[in-house]
Design a protein around this ligand. Structure first.
Ligand SMILES: *[C@@H]1O[C@H](CO)[C@@H](O)[C@H](O)[C@H]1NC(C)=O
Ligand SMILES: *[C@@H]1O[C@H](CO)[C@@H](O)[C@H](O)[C@H]1NC(C)=O
Ligand SMILES: *[C@@H]1O[C@H](CO)[C@@H](O)[C@H](O)[C@H]1NC(C)=O
Length: 269
């Protein structure tokens, strides 16, 4: 308990100092955890495609340069957030999620070895307990990530969905959270979000999306297709995950960054 509070205080003190310029911000790492949104972005095969249209790109009659585009996109595409309303009635839609819930301490649970042996692996309660044995209790407001190593496959559909027929969802094989781990987090810890480097918080072979159901019912947000978990420390980073503030959205593209200071910078950035 004492260790947990000290760690968090140290983390925020370092951040504050940076902002106040006592410590130069170049002593901190700021890591981008979103994939770029474009026509190759991973999406559900039944969702409409992402469309980017150039409206203006050139020199105007008055002599200045002008670029204007429009984009059309499904909500659940690329690196995106699931709002609680996605799988639970009367829960927050994107624009209603309090800003306080969009920032939290990063918890990175490494399941790469288990996933190597079994692409249908589901992150378990014992994986969470193992993380806590190493780094202390999962802090209030945490953002708990499954690190499977899947982000290097993105946006190759064959390898991301791990199937030679990626248009057929029944053939998909990728890891996610186990519903019992999700329930354990809801009942025993006080977290704001979970995140995965795969397309779904539920593993690919699910038919009922129970992790989505438990997560959303508990007003916990989900982050999917997260990038660069190898580039942030397993604990003590500050995560900021800001979705587009779409009225009544069930989710939306999200820019996620991780900020950490006073670490061995060379190891990460
Ligand atoms: C859960 O954590 C938040 C901070 O993220 C805090 O405001 C709230 O009081 C906590 N709730 C409980 C029941 O401890
Ligand atoms: C996508 O991944 C598959 C399976 O690993 C591989 O055979 C294919 O060459 C990759 N495609 C591209 C464009 O990299
Ligand atoms: C949904 O959450 C409520 C508390 O807000 C809880 O009482 C109920 O058991 C949950 N239902 C499911 C299906 O998880």
């Amino acid at each position: 308990m004492a260790i947990r509070i000290t760690n968090l205080l140290l983390m925020f003190a370092a951040l504050l100092k940076s902002v106040l310029n006592e410590t130069p911000l170049d002593k901190c790492c700021i890591v981008d955890m979103s994939h770029t949104l474009d026509t190759d972005s991973i999406r559900f095969p039944t969702d409409p495609e992402f469309i980017f249209t150039i409206l203006t790109r050139g020199i105007e009659p008055e002599g200045f340069w002008l670029e204007l585009n429009k984009f059309e996109t499904p909500e659940h595409i690329g690196t995106h957030m699931d709002a609680p309303s996605h799988f639970a009635r009367d829960r927050w839609r994107v624009h209603e999620i309090p800003a306080q819930r969009l920032v939290g301490a990063g918890v990175v649970v490494d399941v790469r070895n288990k996933v190597k042996r079994n692409p249908d692996y589901r992150l378990s309660v014992s994986d969470l307990r193992k993380w806590e044995m190493l780094y202390g209790r999962i802090p209030d407001g945490a953002i708990v990530f499954m690190w499977s190593g899947w982000d290097v496959r993105y946006p190759n559909k064959t390898s991301t969905f791990n199937s030679n027929t990626p248009e057929d969802i029944r053939t998909w094989h990728f890891p996610g959270f186990h519903p019992s781990a999700m329930s354990w987090l809801v009942q025993n810890r006080n977290i704001s979000m979970i995140g995965v480097d795969t397309p779904s918080v539920d593993y690919a072979q699910t038919s009922v999306y129970d992790v989505h159901q438990i997560m959303c019912n508990a007003s916990i947000m989900g982050l999917e297709n997260v990038n660069n978990l190898a580039k942030i420390p397993p604990s003590r980073s500050l995560i900021v995950a800001l979705p587009v503030k779409l009225r009544d959205g069930s989710g939306g593209p999200v820019r996620i960054i991780s900020i950490f200071c006073d670490t061995d910078k060379s190891k990460y950035c």
